[in-house]
Unconditional design. Structure first.
Length: 162
């Protein structure tokens, strides 16, 4: 369950930051972001625990720099939100290995994922309000929100089926 959330949040985070930087005419930085995102994607399964905190730091740094340089606020917020989400999912996966057999691991995982998903939804809502306030709404942002919403609904339906 956290595996799908982890992979999708890494892809969304890196994709959002790369899209925001590429949209401003930068080409080299998004390539490096995507390369590091690929490393971040394989790191949980390779046991490289150091990658997630470094990726979180770099994602937040690039989001802050992008906001400072007046890049599209939605892509920077989305990159930061989903980087935090991915880091949290990585930490949750590592902590789940240490649970006793009698603990309700699936229930704990489901509740944690629901709480963090609500926080991410709230962050996207705040970013969308800023985008509307500054009249920066684009069709790309609307499509992005639609895709993230459909991904979330798919995850919820999968939970209820189990």
């Amino acid at each position: 369950m956290t595996g799908l959330a982890l992979v999708s949040s890494i892809i969304i985070s890196i994709g959002s930051l790369a899209w925001g930087y590429a949209g401003m005419g930068l080409v080299v930085i998004p390539r490096w972001m995507i390369a590091f995102g690929a490393l971040w994607l394989i790191s949980p399964w390779r046991g490289w625990r150091w990658v997630s905190p470094v990726a979180l730091f770099l994602s937040l740094l690039f989001a802050i720099i992008g906001l400072w340089l007046s890049f599209p606020i939605g892509w920077m917020f989305s990159g930061a939100i989903f980087a935090l989400f991915a880091w949290d999912m990585t930490e949750l996966r590592s902590k789940m290995h240490f649970l006793a057999a009698r603990e309700d691991a699936k229930g704990m995982e489901r509740r944690h994922l629901a709480r963090v998903s609500l926080l991410a939804l709230g962050g996207l809502l705040v970013a969308s309000m800023f985008i509307l306030w500054w009249r920066q709404w684009t069709s790309e942002w609307g499509n992005f929100l639609l895709g993230v919403t459909l991904l979330g609904l798919t995850q919820i339906i999968a939970w209820f089926r189990k």
